[in-house]
Design a protein around this ligand. Structure first.
Ligand code: HEC
Ligand code: HEC
Ligand code: HEC
Ligand code: HEC
Ligand code: HEC
Length: 176
């Protein structure tokens, strides 16, 4: 998308947010997203999309070129400088929750047309590399429970909370 188009969209978004009582960046751009498609050991992640957009401004930091903004990563820009918006924008629409099933690997290998990418990370990795990579760089929270609280199955797996081992019995005094 060209800079001018982007400006127009941002201006439009501004007008919309004035019109709508709720903070709103534009049609179809959610303010608050509950990310919960693979949750198993952790609770859902409450992601403040609007606050991130406010702070970071650039859609291409997270969405590659799929929203029509220029992809931020120079490595991707080598080939995607002129790529336009994609039909699918949500991470889970492209990154598979189960990337290593035989079917997924076969699909990746045999995709038609045979495009360049055969090493797309799975959904959990896409979220973690995306979220945590930037949080590390910008020195904002990266603790596991800063983004999601561990749930009961997580506590059970990690032997925490009510599953934590009992304090070990005092060792018997040594005999001489
Ligand atoms: C900056 C935010 C962020 C941080 C920090 C973070 N995660 Fe996540 N994590 C996510 C998101 C987003 C998902 C995807 C959740 C979904 O779709 O259900 C996720 C998913 C997961 C999943 C798979 C879903 C599940 O509940 O089993 C596990 C396991 C996980 N994270 C573990 C961790 C651990 C361990 C840490 C700390 C080392 C951590 N995460 C730190 C954002 C984060
Ligand atoms: C900090 C990272 C980040 C930034 C910056 C960001 N987004 Fe997002 N956006 C996300 C995540 C994460 C989701 C949730 C995707 C999912 O559910 O898999 C999302 C969801 C969306 C969706 C909904 C997609 C769907 O089909 O459910 C749209 C539309 C969108 N973003 C547009 C934008 C636009 C336009 C901008 C720039 C003005 C932007 N985003 C900036 C991370 C970001
Ligand atoms: C060597 C060239 C090259 C590089 C580097 C490259 N791509 Fe691509 N990419 C392609 C080609 C070719 C296609 C298929 C044609 C198209 O859709 O533009 C494609 C398609 C895509 C698509 C749309 C297809 C789909 O999965 O639905 C996305 C998204 C994408 N690339 C993301 C990236 C990201 C993210 C990076 C950087 C990590 C990257 N690309 C780096 C060549 C490249
Ligand atoms: C239209 C399809 C598509 C959508 C939507 C998409 N991705 Fe990707 N993504 C790709 C492709 C293709 C690659 C592979 C690039 C390569 O081969 O290195 C990729 C690579 C990545 C990578 C690894 C490379 C890097 O940039 O560090 C991360 C992390 C990532 N995506 C996160 C996300 C997140 C987070 C979202 C949602 C906000 C998202 N992706 C949405 C297609 C997509
Ligand atoms: C490109 C950089 C970047 C990416 C990618 C990113 N964040 Fe953040 N995040 C930030 C910054 C900067 C702040 C501090 C925001 C502020 O103080 O306004 C933040 C703050 C947060 C906070 C704490 C406060 C709040 O506003 O909610 C949470 C939780 C969070 N991010 C979750 C996530 C999750 C989940 C993802 C991935 C889906 C993600 N972030 C991706 C830069 C990023």
């Amino acid at each position: 998308m060209h800079a001018a188009q982007r400006l127009m969209i941002m201006a439009l978004a501004g007008v919309l947010s004035l019109l709508a009582a709720s903070v709103c960046f534009g049609v179809g751009i959610p303010d608050q997203i509950t990310i919960n498609s693979i949750q198993k050991y952790y609770g859902p992640v409450s992601f403040n999309h609007a606050a991130h957009i406010n702070t970071l401004k650039d859609c291409g930091l997270c969405h590659h070129h799929t929203t029509g903004a220029q992809v931020a990563d120079p490595n991707c820009a080598r080939c995607h400088k002129n790529s336009g918006a994609q039909a699918v924008v949500s991470c889970k629409g492209c990154h598979l929750a189960e990337p290593f099933t035989p079917e997924a690997l076969k699909q990746q290998r045999d995709q038609q047309p045979p495009i360049y990418h055969r090493d797309k990370p799975g959904l959990k990795a896409a979220y973690h590399i995306g979220c945590m990579g930037c949080h590390q760089k910008m020195s904002v929270p990266t603790g596991c429970q800063d983004c999601h609280l561990r749930n009961d199955s997580g506590d059970s797996l990690f032997k925490a909370g009510k599953y934590a081992p009992k304090t070990p019995a005092k060792p018997k005094p040594a005999h001489h």
